[in-house]
Design a protein around this ligand. Sequence first.
Ligand SMILES: NC(=O)c1ccc[n+]([C@@H]2O[C@H](COP(=O)([O-])OP(=O)(O)OC[C@H]3O[C@@H](n4cnc5c(N)ncnc54)[C@H](O)[C@@H]3O)[C@@H](O)[C@H]2O)c1
Ligand SMILES: CC(C)[C@@H](O)CC[C@@H](C)[C@H]1CC[C@H]2[C@@H]3[C@H](O)C=C4C[C@@H](O)CC[C@]4(C)[C@H]3CC[C@]12C
Length: 432
Amino acid sequence: MARVLGTEGWRLGWCLFLEWARREEEQAEGDGVVAGWPRRREKTARPVASLGILGAWLQVGRGMAESTEVRKLVYLVTGGCGFLGEHVVRMLLQREPRLSELRVFDLHLGPWLEELKTGPVQVTAIQGDVTQAHEVAAAVAGAHVVIHAAGLVDVFGRASPKTIHEVNVQGTKNVIEACVQTGTRFLVYTSSMEVVGPNIKGHPFYRGNEDTPYEAVHKHPYPCSKAQAERLVLEANGREVRGGLPLVTCALRPTGIYGEGHQIMRDFYHQGLRLGGRLFRAIPASVEHGRVYVGNVAWMHVLVARELERRAALVGGQVYFCYDESPYKSYEDFNMEFLGPCGLRLVETRLLAPYWLLMLLAVLNALLQWLLRPLLLYAPLLNPYTLAVANTTFTVSTDKAQRHFGYEPLFSWEDSRTRTIRWVRAMEGSAQ
Ligand SMILES: NC(=O)c1ccc[n+]([C@@H]2O[C@H](COP(=O)([O-])OP(=O)(O)OC[C@H]3O[C@@H](n4cnc5c(N)ncnc54)[C@H](O)[C@@H]3O)[C@@H](O)[C@H]2O)c1
Ligand SMILES: CC(C)[C@@H](O)CC[C@@H](C)[C@H]1CC[C@H]2[C@@H]3[C@H](O)C=C4C[C@@H](O)CC[C@]4(C)[C@H]3CC[C@]12C
């Protein structure tokens, strides 16, 4: 379709222009207004009208001309069937007009991909493992842009530290090397706030930005792996890829993502249902955690991927926190923005469960997980790491993405909240 508009576009534009010119001239004779501008003296009216219409036509023509060549880019999204990945895939299809092919690479392909194959963009589902270099290289070959969102997001002890490292670090190395070997020049990495903190010392990060000094000290396998992977991506910026041009990379650091498809929100909801519609507060309301809507995180990925080529010198090698207008609240209070309207309530237990008791329970959970591992996977939300993270303020306040590549949140807080509540309610229907 876009290609057809190329030649036909100019011809169609010219016909539109002539028809419009005729009508404008007729109208200008009648009501004294020329193409939206107040009519000037008779002798300038006609040139003004023609200029205005000509300008409109040129705009139409250019837009069509641009559309004739735009569908030429191949994007690859690793982890494209995950919580964030699916939103990135759908956002690209909606808001990246230059796409000719969208490759979705994931260990587990979602059935919903089939519904995407009816549009003008070729959607190629690739079942693969980022830890397998040859599978990554095959998927990357020929892509113009790679958005690397595949990762093992585990802070609940489900996967071994070795596996987390293999996926998050070695997998990222494989993506970088595939870009270099095949000549793909633009790589966006989905990093995480946890690359920064909260650190093992429980230091708060209050309204911090990308330049705020903070002692990023980690022991847990997940943040360690994200920090290593991010460093690899940023260090790869400028490396020569096949064909002799430089690789341009950047990393996006979402804070706690929420929205349609968020598994942890789903876990909280089901836990509340099991407890008779109640959730028990474990974290003081004063401990704030930054959260960001998944649609805005997806939009930031799409936008920075588009701007990487045009603003390579500025954006290449940079990190950007993902942010929007979501309010600063404790993790649990924030979740109640969505779970409350769906019938759950947060029971104040701070007097009943002091921090030391919660930490004791968390340690017992970790011990139980270790004892039961040969028999079954016991991975509750409460463990020493999640308690420590939840109990440490971590909020960002930055506009670096806006300054560097014009990012503005696509979804307001109200819209993000409404969409998430609608999703929880749909879960409610399925849970009954
Ligand atoms: N969820 C959050 O709050 C959050 C916040 C900051 C950053 N992140 C980052 O965003 C990215 C996506 O996270 P998510 O929350 O969507 O998690 P997710 O688990 O829903 O998605 C990750 C996807 O990667 C895929 N994957 C895992 N191992 C793979 C492998 N070996 N090969 C190929 N694909 C593999 C999974 O199948 C899944 O579809 C991750 O890199 C994560 O670190 C998430
Ligand atoms: C059981 C209570 C103590 C309850 O309040 C625990 C909440 C806990 C499960 C979450 C609190 C903070 C979350 C993390 C944070 O939002 C950022 C993250 C970075 C991202 O890359 C992956 C997810 C996560 C680690 C996220 C995980 C859940 C929490 C620890």
